[in-house]
Design a protein around this ligand. Structure first.
Ligand code: UDP
Length: 237
């Protein structure tokens, strides 16, 4: 019989900013706990969940490079290390409620986490473990959205952010901005909608990976996105 949920395996992208919420701290433990609870409830349904974490709540390479005298690559490596901090925080939170979790990093930090090995990641997922991918792509000049598109184990990227989805204008500035529920990749690239950087969206387009952009701060949204209910914005071909 058909499973009640749409996705068998999902890649959840959690941006660093979303982890901070409106807290002044870098990470709001209430948010990591609510992510853990929602992920737990869908893994119980048998959905396999991989997560890519961002690092923007701690360090963003592009904004530090230049002004601080840092070169871009050094700044980006610091940004990638920031994602590892978030990953370990999230892992510890998930394991505190009994979800088996593995962190895999894009560059070696073998005392802290496993290196990224695709086949091993798939094996973990098959065994019901949540795999958290950290350190982005391992390369400066990229983003964790691109890492999400690259690591996308199967069919879909679910991008958890601080806003309800993609709008026709910045909703934090323009109160009349409209939520766009359905978009094509073409819409995103041609209208320059700030959803993902060009590299990430192009990778998704070329590989026919739909992207769902939704608000992490509303309880139940992660589960909705994972089970394939309508939430936020769906970007597809
Ligand atoms: N970063 C990088 N290469 C990658 C992924 C990330 O250099 O493949 C660096 C980059 O400096 C970036 C920072 O890590 O600003 C944090 O990642 P990102 O901005 O994607 O996090 P998010 O916006 O999701 O919080």
């Amino acid at each position: 019989s058909k499973p009640p949920y749409k996705w068998q395996r999902v890649l959840l992208k959690v941006s660093g900013e979303a982890l901070a919420g409106d807290n002044t701290q870098t990470i709001d433990p209430k948010i990591t706990m609510s992510i853990a609870r929602e992920v737990a409830s869908v893994t119980r349904l048998g959905v396999e969940v991989a997560i890519v974490v961002g690092g923007g709540n701690i360090f963003r390479g592009a904004s530090w490079a230049g002004s601080s005298g840092l070169d871009r690559s050094s700044a980006d490596y610091i940004g990638m290390l920031a994602t590892v901090m978030n990953a370990i925080f999230l892992q510890a939170t998930m394991e505190s409620i009994g979800i088996p979790t593995r962190v895999q990093t894009a560059f070696r930090m073998s005392e802290v986490a496993e290196p990224y090995i695709r086949r091993r990641a798939v094996r973990h997922l098959e065994k019901g473990r949540v795999v958290i991918f950290a350190a982005g792509t391992g390369n400066p000049f990229f983003t964790t959205d691109t890492a999400a598109a690259l690591r996308c184990a199967e069919k879909v990227v679910l991008k958890a952010t601080n806003v309800d989805g993609v709008f026709d204008d910045d909703p934090r500035v323009n109160p009349n901005a409209r939520l766009l529920e359905l978009l094509s990749y073409q819409d995103v690239t041609s209208k320059d909608l700030s959803v993902m950087d060009m590299t990430a969206i192009t990778l998704c387009q070329e590989n026919n990976i739909p992207v769902v952009v939704f608000n992490l701060n509303k309880t139940g949204n992660i589960s909705k996105a994972i089970v394939g209910d309508k939430v936020g914005t769906l970007i597809s071909g």
